[in-house]
Design a protein around this ligand. Sequence first.
Ligand code: GLP
Length: 241
Amino acid sequence: MEVIICQDADEAGRRAARRIAAILSRTSDPVLGVATGSTPIPTYRALAALVAEGAVDVSRMSAFALDEYVGMPVDDERSYADTIRRTVTEPLGLDPSAVHVPDGMAEDLVAGCQAYEEAIREAGGIDVQILGIGGNGHIGFNEPTSSFASRTRLKTLAPRTRQDNKRFFAEGERVPTHCVTQGLGTIMDAGHVLLLANGQEKADAVAAAVEGPVSSMCPASILQHHQHAVVVLDEAAASRL
Ligand code: GLP
């Protein structure tokens, strides 16, 4: 794993965006793996600036998101489909029909997950996957004990994740209990992975992922086995390394 420690989240975003741009420019039909959460926002902003400068060509680019809540309408602003539209599709100027998010409203969720895997395969696989990390070491919504071989599937959210994500829901509103998420096996198939983390509250999870034993109790630790894994951190997130 290559670990890059930056002064702050904005510098981390710029460094990450430059890496992503370099990887994507090597292929004619680039496929970007995108994550939700607050962490990748500076990266998307920096990437949008590179697109505006003409340093990244998005005309043939497609994108696949990691995960989605089950039962959340896609036009709800808390849905990951809507979050990706606001933070990635529109700022980067991607063709909306080339941006894919797992379907958490599918009548047959299992078939939807299989179709998602198939769509990634048909696109030629993900060239570079952007990842955040949960306080419990999750990537996507692969909670502790997730199988390293897992593919896109239905998962129950861990109590800690529901607690962490409670801030997006109104008082008394029910935080979703289930999600569909790319599996750890799906993520490991990406050509490159870029794990981003900012802030002191991620320092323990980052240390476990980067320096701890490879263990399903810290799902992000599987990235130690990836051939091309880069971890971009601000100083606070790197403070326990
Ligand atoms: C959610 C997402 C993850 C994300 C995590 C961290 O649980 N499913 O993909 O990495 O939140 O979010 P944040 O970047 O806001 O800390």
